[in-house]
Write a protein that binds this ligand. Structure first.
Ligand code: G3P
Length: 223
């Protein structure tokens, strides 16, 4: 399973890319808005394109960039503009009727599409039929309403295998390391997570303690 960062923050991307374990990045309008607000920068089309280009360079792999249009014609136009920014761009579309229509058209043009806000296996099936390259079920938001995000992911992964569909599954809305393990065990192709979850994947008190003891023992006999 590949590991993606769910962020629009360049420092976070550069840090995790430096670990040698980052395969891609996902963004959404909330994350982009947060990034520009934090920098006190007004969002312009040029500024957004420049930022996305920098994200693509830092990520070194696929970067999902979401359209904000809600109607298919406008989604297609926006998707084309996003795809032209950098070869790494994957156009992210909401799983709505208009999103499906836009997905069909953009996919036919060779633009990779990530269908987002997936909360059922049937939505994933529709996205796959519309030519999506990726589907993004939101595990954490399903758990938030006391349903089972893991069960949603299990159904989608199984359905794709049984139906021999070529779409890849991005386990999204990851909230904690257990979600990552669960996604890997269930056969997700990718898990996308916020920066703090990446840090949590690595940290273990016994690793820190063990290393400290090794170093203390070594110091006692050090040549
Ligand atoms: O980027 C989509 C998804 O990962 C959002 O996660 O935490 O806002 O539910 P969250």
């Amino acid at each position: 399973m590949e590991l993606y960062l769910d962020t629009a923050n360049l420092e976070e991307i550069r840090e995790i890319a430096g670990w040698g374990v980052l395969s891609g990045v996902t963004t959404n309008p909330t994350l982009v808005a947060k990034e520009f607000s934090a920098r006190g920068e007004r969002l312009t089309l040029e500024g957004f394109a420049r930022h996305l280009r920098a994200v693509c360079e830092a990520a070194g792999g696929p970067v999902s960039a979401e359209v904000t249009a809600l109607e298919a014609e406008a989604m297609v136009a926006e998707g084309r503009r996003l795809a032209e920014i950098h070869p790494h761009i994957v156009v992210k579309l909401p799983t709505t009727v208009e999103g499906l229509k836009a997905c069909k058209r953009l996919s036919a043009e060779g633009v990779r599409v990530n269908m987002t806000l997936i909360f059922s296996a049937n939505q994933a099936l529709l996205a796959a039929r519309a030519g999506a390259s990726y589907v993004s079920p939101f595990l954490g938001r399903v758990d938030d309403i006391s349903w089972d995000g893991g069960e949603l992911l299990r159904e989608i992964v199984e359905m794709i295998q049984v139906q021999d569909l070529s779409v890849k599954v991005i386990a999204a809305s990851i909230r904690h390391p257990r979600h990552v393990t669960e996604a890997a065990l269930l056969g997700a192709d990718i898990a996308t997570m916020p920066y703090p979850v990446f840090q949590q994947l690595l940290k273990h008190p016994l690793t820190d303690l063990g290393l400290r003891r090794f170093m203390e023992d070594w110091e006692k006999v050090r040549p």
